[in-house]
Ligand binder design. Structure first.
Ligand code: RTP
Ligand code: MG
Length: 154
């Protein structure tokens, strides 16, 4: 049996505020992954800066922090044998012009507004997924998550 991988999907504020986008994205997630845990939060500025600290030198950093703290975000721990790559494939390219012209059926192609408002985040590796899940779900147990009965989708 292949081992299940975990990834973290974050639905960004503009998509959480858009009922059509949100319900489409939630269905896509539900139909493709085991949803291990979900949580809706509002990011504090300091938490957003910490989460995105690898981008602190980038020209878009302030814009990204302002946007990510502008409304609720939905966090999902998702599981699949190929969770990291599959979710990023479903998201499509970071750059929205690329997503819209090259992969119009990906989530960023369908609902992306700009390179910052590009629908959702996906962990870029198994190591990043573990770090990001620990960041938002410090109580989460990586060893026995599959034995809990809280695997759910609200
Ligand atoms: P993510 O981390 O959110 O899954 O996205 P990614 O790997 O595809 O992109 P990354 O290079 O890690 O970028 C981090 C976040 O910065 C935003 N961004 N804004 N020009 C811009 O305004 C710009 N460029 C990148 C992205 O939306 C991404 O969430
Ligand atoms: Mg990234």
């Amino acid at each position: 049996m292949q081992k299940l991988q975990l990834s973290l999907a974050i639905i960004k504020p503009h998509a959480v505020k858009n009922p059509v986008a949100l319900s489409y994205i939630r269905n896509v997630i539900k139909n493709s992954f085991i949803v291990v845990k979900t949580r809706r939060i509002c990011l504090e500025k300091e938490t957003a800066e910490d989460f995105y600290k690898e981008h602190i030198q980038k020209f878009f950093f302030n814009r990204l922090i302002t946007f990510m703290t502008s409304g609720s975000i939905d966090l999902h721990i998702i599981s699949h044998t190929n969770a990291v790559k599959l979710w990023r494939k479903m998201l499509g390219p970071t750059k929205v012009y690329k997503a819209q012209f090259e992969e119009p059926n990906c989530l960023r192609g369908m609902f992306g507004i700009s390179d910052t408002r590009n629908v959702a985040h996906g962990s870029d590796s198994v190591t990043s997924a573990e770090r990001e899940i620990k960041f938002f779900f410090p109580e989460f147990s990586f060893y026995d998550w599959h034995t809990h009965d809280e695997i759910t989708y609200r």
